[in-house]
Design a protein around this ligand. Structure first.
Ligand code: GRF
Length: 200
């Protein structure tokens, strides 16, 4: 990886597993910011489109395997070498291991495509979430930005926004509304959070 890190900046690493549309919005949002630097896009899937998006923004990419991520300190050490302050999950599907939680206490956040604590937990991702919401005949769904802890989707909630889905009859229709909310809010919430924090 190309390593270029300035101490005066807040450094964030973005973790993805798939398309990376939220990552793209984060890249766009922070592109011209002198005080925030995206040090890497970290990914567990070598063919994830998120990697292409990162390359277009000249953001270093790193594809890793389960052993490196969950059963060794390889990834934690790389993040530390990059002087990472915040770990931002944007469609990253693996559970975060204790070693990463311990290395970045209170500094790992995620976005979930529903109003937690409803419709969260293992297996609740992508269209599974939206189908479950429709099956329950909900009239609203939304997004949740939350801290990460040792369980899927159970960390402290930072921000939520809701949208009406009374007119939606397919998970794809729900996904479109939810994605629009995600793109509208996630970069701004990240910004508020990280710039409020005092660099240690
Ligand atoms: C988003 O819906 C996000 O809430 C969830 O994973 C999805 C990622 O989508 N955690 P994308 O890869 O950012 O398009």
């Amino acid at each position: 990886m190309n390593i270029f890190v300035k101490d005066s900046q807040i450094n964030i690493a973005v973790f993805c597993s798939g398309s990376g549309s939220n990552a793209q919005k984060i890249f766009e949002y922070f592109r011209d910011r002198k005080d925030v630097n995206i040090v890497a896009t970290m990914c567990n899937k070598k063919d994830a489109y998120a990697l292409e998006r990162a390359k277009k923004f000249n953001i270093p990419t790193r594809v890793f395997n389960k052993e490196e991520f969950a059963h060794s300190d390889v990834i934690v050490n790389e993040l530390k070498a990059l002087k990472t302050d915040w770990v931002i999950l944007a469609g990253f599907l693996w559970l975060i291991p204790d070693r990463l939680l311990e290395a970045f206490p209170g500094k790992i956040i995620n976005i979930h495509p529903a109003l937690l604590p409803a419709y969260g937990g293992k297996g609740m991702y992508g269209m599974y979430v939206h189908q479950a919401v429709l099956d329950a005949k909900e009239k609203q769904t939304g997004i949740t930005v939350h801290y990460i802890n040792e369980n899927y989707d159970e960390g402290e909630i930072i921000f939520q926004a809701a949208c009406d889905i009374g007119d939606c009859y397919s998970p794809e229709m729900v996904a479109k509304k939810v994605q629009s909310l995600e793109h509208q809010h996630y970069p701004r919430i990240i910004d508020e959070l990280i710039t409020q924090s005092i660099k240690g």
